[in-house]
Design a protein around this ligand. Structure first.
Ligand code: FE
Length: 284
């Protein structure tokens, strides 16, 4: 197997979204900082309610999927389809915006730590206008496997392969075949995982640091990996916790305007008109 090297780092930068939620954005901080099929990765982490209390009031999306992984905290998702999801520590919501969804994500806590991630995953052209969908995954639906070399891995999407075993995550059957792992390693432990050669992959440490192919990757930077068919990560002296994300690139043009991600400018203009007219959320 060929191990993927650390090719470049997309450092996260402070940003604000929703009604003023403070976060760090790596992928998607600029429109050319994407890794097909991943459009954006936001990390939010704060013990100060002022940084998150305003939440994400009702807003639209079209043309892609969002995966919200809450590590600490409590948020409520509601959307125009009538879905209501109580997102608690360790839970995930996987939302397929498709042709259109209007949703809100509001904190259900007034103090304490709020920490987690929102990832945007692109949809292929032929699926951008499919009906919207929503899955609310409770913490006990996210498998956590103990690793032989120490530590543990949680599987949100795709299948964890470790120590001669396979542990499938709850999200399967997505066209871009995303792998979404949350891996925690003690100091100095190694973690290796296969990733198909044609897929794009990156590692995002959010506690401690890791080394990949002899190069250090510090927390809060997205380490984009080069060619190969496996990922090998070594935890630093304080241990590490990181996301490993991989997926099959679409190789299609991306035109984004805020919460709408389509293939052409005309489709974006249509999305804006559809939102204004109410067509975006009309039943298909
Ligand atoms: Fe949203």
């Amino acid at each position: 197997m060929t191990s993927r090297q650390l090719q470049r780092v997309i450092e996260s930068i402070p940003a604000s979204d929703g009604a003023g939620v403070k976060l760090r954005r790596s992928l998607g901080a600029h429109q050319n900082l994407r890794l097909d099929p991943f459009l954006m990765l936001d990390e939010f982490s704060s013990d100060n309610a002022d940084d998150y209390i305003a939440g994400f009031p009702a807003h639209p999306h079209r043309g892609f999927e969002t995966a919200t992984y809450l590590i600490d905290g409590h948020m409520l998702h509601q959307d125009h389809l009538g879905n209501r999801g109580d997102l608690k520590s360790g839970g995930v919501q996987w939302m397929t915006a498709g042709r259109g969804i209007v949703h809100s994500e509001m904190p259900q806590q007034e103090e304490g730590r709020m920490r987690g991630f929102q990832l945007w995953i692109n949809l292929p052209a032929r699926e951008k206008m499919k009906p919207a969908g929503y899955r609310d995954l409770q913490p006990d639906e996210i498998p956590a496997a103990a690793l032989a070399g120490g530590g543990r891995a949680k599987v949100i999407a795709g299948t964890l392969v470790h120590d001669g075993r396979s542990t499938p995550g709850p999200i399967q059957g997505v066209t871009t075949e995303p792998l979404y792992l949350d891996v925690e390693l003690p100091a100095g432990a190694a973690f290796a995982h296969p990733v198909p050669a044609g897929h794009n992959a990156f590692v995002y440490p959010f506690e401690g640091s890791v080394t990949i192919g002899g190069r250090q990757l510090r927390a809060q930077g997205a380490g984009v990996l080069g060619a190969g068919d496996q990922v090998e990560v070594l935890a630093g002296s304080e241990g590490a916790r990181f996301l490993l994300l991989a997926g099959r690139p679409l190789g299609e043009p991306v035109v984004q305007y805020g919460p709408f991600v389509m293939n052409t400018r005309e489709e974006i203009e249509q999305a804006i008109r559809d939102y204004q007219s109410g067509e975006l959320t009309r039943a298909a």
